[in-house]
Design a protein around this ligand. Structure first.
Ligand code: DQA
Length: 150
């Protein structure tokens, strides 16, 4: 089983960027924890972080037939039709992850262009959300590639 973990703009600054909102774990900390978790589940994981929309779209396209994508689109969540189109064209189920509970925050963070094309969302649990997403993709894969919703 192969899973891409794709993080969007400004998430390279995790740990020092508004830690009261996003937590004190760095992206490297999150990656190390997820690599260990993935190894336990016998999942091959690849990590990509980009501050650029086009690079993220390229990453989705080149992993479109993988067994899952864990995606934190960061600010592009609320703006990017192009990212949503790339996901719609991928067979990989996408779990949209947000560290913070975007629904408790500014109104402009309440809308996601990604959620209608994602398999599901994990929101507001900090770095633990990535681990939950990995478990969800693993159980979907183990069940033969189907989830509770398409
Ligand atoms: C975020 C929430 C977004 O609204 C914000 O632009 C981010 C991070 C989160 O993980 O909570 O950069 O995706």
């Amino acid at each position: 089983m192969r899973v891409l973990v794709l993080n969007g703009p400004n998430l390279n600054l995790l740990g020092s960027r508004e830690p009261e909102i996003y937590g004190f774990e760095t992206l490297a900390d999150i990656e190390a924890g997820l690599r260990a978790h993935a190894a336990d589940l016998d999942i091959e994981v690849e990590f990509i972080q980009s501050n650029h929309e086009g690079t993220m779209i390229d990453a989705i396209q080149s992993h479109r037939d993988w067994d899952g994508i864990i995606l934190n689109p960061a600010g592009y969540t609320h703006t990017s039709i192009a990212l949503a189109d790339a996901i719609a064209g991928a067979s990989a189920p996408v779990v949209e992850v947000h560290l913070s509970n975007v629904h408790k925050r500014e109104a402009f963070r309440h809308h996601s262009y990604i959620s209608p094309v994602a398999w599901g969302q994990v929101i507001g649990f900090g770095y633990r959300g990535y681990h939950a997403a990995l478990d969800l993709l693993h159980s979907r894969y183990s069940a033969g590639g189907t989830g509770t919703s398409a």
